[in-house]
Design a protein around this ligand. Structure first.
Ligand SMILES: Cc1cc2nc3c(=O)[nH]c(=O)nc-3n(C[C@H](O)[C@H](O)[C@H](O)COP(=O)(O)OP(=O)(O)OC[C@H]3O[C@@H](n4cnc5c(N)ncnc54)[C@H](O)[C@@H]3O)c2cc1C
Ligand code: SF4
Length: 470
């Protein structure tokens, strides 16, 4: 185990955030890294529990061998620790930056959980720095060809494992850059894009091909031995108050994509929050990313509307450890807004009721209204609580309702009632030589779950391909 008394000697210490006002001046990484000695102290806090809840179903979906690599990190055996980590984790440089770290909340140290996410980030970055991470080209090829549709975390994880199993893998991606929401969605300050590009270059060196600007087509089914659809859950939930043709009304991912494209190309973004009053509808993580991005684009103000009441500050009785705590969190964008505007930008139990436009059909203001449960238990507007907010940019971050219709109709597939391609038997097999994985199969989720699902699909595809030869 780490150090028998480590968790008593050292307090939990995460990689610190940069100062709010300083980090608002750029789109660079939010955090600063800690030195090796601090990492060893943090790893020493791990108790190598008899029942390690960090690895349980409440914890890491990849079932990372957390106590083992924490111990090796504490002992200073960083290369061995990294090898242990890579046994289960395909891309620790992604999860080490954006994972909500279910393992830390499920840790037996509860609120003082071991900083597993920062520890894994340290190990993988050390691996890249020292050259321990090198292309792993498979020694033998099976002669089978697999097409992976979509290059988000699920597609990348499936492609990576199938390639290591010896199959020839082409990733088919309709966007101009690979990465899915890792590239166009999650902002640069949470996940710098050179980190995504570095992994893609490594996969290319290992033999995976990326066909960009390419829409998946059913012809893939005859050209390849197997095809796996990892197209994500990309259909956003709309807002009845806002017509789609109004200028200045955008879905969150559309806006965040433009912001990243502009950062990478150095050209002005097609949509910007610059000097505008911004209203974000949706109080979740995607809404928070919009808040952080709008502030960096120097918006005049930002307000975030959330239909639900604020979460409790302490765990509710029905939400005990080791479950994920459904408590009030102040994310980076909300902390930045508070530093700049003097208060948290979230307004709870409130929604957008109507918008007003000018003669050029551009949004100028929004009517917000409080909501409360009606006699049937539905959230309804409370008359008399309307107020007008100036609004030059309305961002809709109200969640996703399923996979895109174009892919479904092209492959003659029907999604379930929740918009997912989830086979009734719980597998990844859709029939013929077609499979599904990631958010497209499970619905809106997390990077780490998409990675785990991509791996699970790769294993099923491998069995299918081997079964064909038997
Ligand atoms: C703004 C935002 C921020 C988020 N932040 C976090 C976070 O901090 N931490 C976290 O854990 N999770 C986060 N998530 C959730 C996480 O990003 C997703 O759960 C994850 O990316 C899903 O992975 P995926 O591979 O299934 O799909 P996606 O990442 O959506 O990738 C799907 C890919 O398929 C491509 N595609 C779709 N259809 C076709 C087609 N017909 N032909 C070719 N290509 C196609 C798309 O262009 C896309 O590149 C965030 C989500 C959003 C929207
Ligand atoms: S539950 Fe926490 S302390 Fe126990 S093994 Fe896992 S990370 Fe270490």
């Amino acid at each position: 185990m780490g150090k028998a008394t480590g968790f008593m000697e050292y307090a939990r210490a995460e990689n610190p955030y940069r100062d709010e006002r300083a980090r608002l001046l750029d789109f660079d990484d939010l955090h600063t890294a800690q030195p090796a000695e601090a990492r060893r102290c943090q790893a020493s806090r791990c108790m190598n529990c008899g029942v390690p809840f960090c690895q349980s179903d409440f914890g890491c979906p990849l079932h990372n061998l957390i106590p083992e690599w924490n111990d090796l990190l504490y002992q200073g055996q960083e290369k061995a620790a990294l090898e242990r980590l890579l046994m289960t984790a395909p891309f620790p440089e992604f999860t080490g930056r954006v994972c909500p770290a279910l393992c830390e909340k499920a840790c037996n140290l509860a609120d003082e959980g071991v900083t597993n996410r920062d520890n894994e980030l340290y190990l993988i970055e050390k691996g890249f720095e020292t050259g321990w991470i090198r292309p792993r080209v498979p020694a033998l090829r099976t002669g089978k060809r697999v097409a992976v549709v979509g290059s988000g975390p699920a597609g990348l994880a499936a492609a990576d494992l199938l390639n290591r199993m010896g199959h020839a893998v082409d990733v088919v991606e309709k966007a101009d850059r690979p990465g899915g929401l890792l590239m166009y969605g999650i902002p640069n300050m949470k996940l710098p894009k050179e980190v995504v590009e570095r992994r893609v270059r490594l996969m290319e060196a290992e033999g995976v091909s990326f066909l960009l600007n390419t829409e998946a087509d059913p012809a893939l089914l005859t050209a390849y031995d197997a095809v796996v659809l990892c197209g994500g859950t990309r259909k956003p939930r709309g807002l009845s108050a806002a017509r789609a043709d109004v200028k200045g009304v955008h879905f969150a991912v559309e806006y965040l994509t433009e912001a990243t494209k502009s950062l990478l190309s150095g050209k002005a973004p097609a949509v910007t929050a610059y000097q505008k009053h911004v209203v974000v509808v949706g109080g979740g993580d995607t809404g928070n990313d919009c808040v952080g991005t709008a502030l960096r684009q120097q918006c005049a103000s930002v307000t975030q509307l959330e239909m639900l009441p604020a979460a409790p500050t302490l765990r509710a009785p029905g939400n005990p450890w080791p479950q994920w705590p459904r408590t009030l969190r102040v994310d980076y964008g909300q902390a930045e807004a508070a530093a700049l505007q003097g208060a948290d930008p979230r307004v709870y139990e409130t929604t957008a009721q109507a918008i007003a436009v000018d003669e050029k059909n551009e949004i100028v203001s929004l009517t917000a209204v409080r909501v409360a449960k009606d006699a049937e238990g539905r959230l309804s507007p409370v008359p008399g609580t309307e107020r007008t907010l100036p609004c030059g940019l309305l961002l809709i971050a109200a969640g996703f309702i399923g996979c895109e219709d174009a892919t479904l109709s092209r492959f003659s597939l029907r999604a379930d009632a929740r918009g997912r391609l989830l086979p009734a038997d719980g597998s990844h097999y859709l029939g013929g030589n077609l499979f599904s994985a990631g958010d497209m199969r499970t619905g809106q989720s997390l990077v780490v779950r998409a990675l785990a699902d991509g791996h699970a699909a790769a294993k099923e595809i491998d069995s299918y391909l081997r079964g064909k030869d038997a």
